[in-house]
Design a binder for this molecule. Structure first.
Ligand SMILES: [Zn+2]
Length: 309
C-alpha cells in the first residue's frame, strides 16, 4: 500500500509478460500499479490467494510466528512489503499497513489477509479498481470498474469511500501515513461539500437498509436513492450491494416481476464492479428468470407491487 517514499529502490515482484498491469516506482508514492494496456469496465486484472489469513489476533508475536512458518521465498515477499507503522513492530506494522479485510457484500467476513500483489495498489477515493473477496474460490479479485487507458494509475479503496473528505484525509493519514491527493479530494471546496453530502448519505443508506428487512418497499426506495447518489458521485463501487439488497427483498416479498428486474439490475452493475466471473454474478444469473424457485421466495409476502429499478 501507499507509503512515504524511500531512498532505496523497492523490490518488485516479477509479473507475467501479458499482465494487464505493471508495477512501477514512483518518486512520491514508492510503488504504483498502472494499466499495461487499455482495460474494459468489468475486466478481471488479478486473482490472488492470500500469503496468510489472520482472524482476531494481530499482535506482533502472533504475526511473527505465522511469518516464521512461511517458506523463505514467502518470507522475502512479506518483508519486501511497506511498513508505514514501524512502531507497531516489523511484523504487525506490515500487517496493519497492508492487510485486507476479507469481506464481500453478500455476508462474508473471513478475517484479514496478506495479499502481497494487491497491497501494491494505492488508494483513491474514486477508485478505478474494485476488490472483493471470493469466498468460494478463497481468493481476492481485482476488477477494473471503469474503462482505463494504458499508463493510467490503478487504485483501490482502503475502505473510506463513504465518509466526508476531512475524515477520509484524517483516517488515511493516521492509518497509512499519507495525504490523499486523489481527484475526489482535490475538488474545490464548494464541490467538496456536495460530494461529502452524497457520500455520507450513501453511507447512511447502507446502514439503514439493515433495519428495513420487514419493509421491502422502503428498503427498495432507499436502495434506489443510494444508486442515484453513487451515479452522481461517479462511484462504481457499492452499486452491486444496493441492487443485491433490493433483489433479495423482492424475492423474500414474493414479487416475481420485481425480483427479475432487480436481479437484472444487479447483473448489470455487478458485471462492471466485480466482473462476470464472480461467484455471486454466476449464482444470480443462473436464477434470474425463476425467482420462485428460490427457497426464500415469498417467505414474507407483500400484497402491493414493489418499486422497480
Ligand atoms: Zn482521496
Amino acid at each position: 500500500m501507499l507509503k512515504a517514499s524511500s531512498a532505496l529502490a523497492p523490490c518488485l515482484p516479477d509479473l507475467p509478460h501479458d499482465s494487464p498491469f505493471q508495477l512501477v516506482v514512483d518518486p512520491h508514492k514508492g510503488v504504483k500499479a498502472v494499466a499495461a494496456r487499455t482495460l474494459k469496465a468489468g475486466e478481471l486484472i488479478l486473482t490472488e490467494a492470500p500469503l496468510f489469513i489472520l482472524n482476531d489476533d494481530l499482535s506482533e508475536p502472533t504475526v511473527a510466528a505465522v511469518v516464521s512458518s512461511l517458506s523463505l521465498d514467502e518470507q522475502a515477499v512479506f518483508y519486501a512489503l511497506a511498513n508505514s507503522l514501524p512502531e507497531l513492530g516489523r511484523h504487525r506494522g506490515r500487517v496493519e499497513t497492508n492487510a485486507f479485510a476479507l469481506t464481500n457484500d453478500y455476508g462474508t467476513d473471513a478475517g484479514v489477509s496478506l495479499l502481497p500483489l494487491s497491497s501494491r495498489f494505492n488508494h483513491s477515493c474514486r477508485p478505478n479498481i474494485c476488490r472483493t473477496w471470493d469466498d468460494a474460490a478463497q481468493c481476492e479479485r481485482l476488477v477494473a470498474c471503469e474503462a482505463v487507458a494504458a499508463g493510467v494509475e490503478l487504485c483501490i479503496s482502503y475502505g473510506t469511500l463513504f465518509k466526508p473528505r476531512i475524515q477520509r484525509l484524517s483516517i488515511l493519514q493516521k492509518k497509512y501515513r499519507f495525504t490523499c491527493a486523489c481527484p475526489a479530494c482535490a475538488v474545490p471546496p464548494a464541490e467538496s461539500l456536495q460530494s461529502d453530502l452524497r457520500r455520507c448519505t450513501i453511507g447512511h443508506v447502507g446502514t439503514a437498509l439493515s433495519s428495513l428487512k420487514h419493509d421491502p418497499i422502503a428498503l427498495i426506495e432507499l436502495a434506489k436513492q443510494g444508486l442515484s447518489l453513487l451515479e452522481a458521485e461517479g462511484l462504481a463501487i457499492g452499486r452491486s450491494r444496493l441492487a443485491h439488497r433490493a433483489y433479495r427483498a423482492a424475492v423474500v416479498a414474493g414479487d416475481k416481476q420485481a425480483s427479475i428486474a432487480w436481479a437484472q439490475k444487479f447483473l448489470e452493475v455487478n458485471a462492471r464492479e466485480e466482473g462476470i466471473e464472480a461467484s455471486e454474478y454466476r449464482r444470480v444469473q443462473a436464477a434470474v428468470d425463476q425467482p420462485e424457485r428460490d427457497r426464500e421466495f415469498g417467505k414474507r409476502p407483500v400484497a402491493s407491487k414493489l418499486p422497480l429499478p
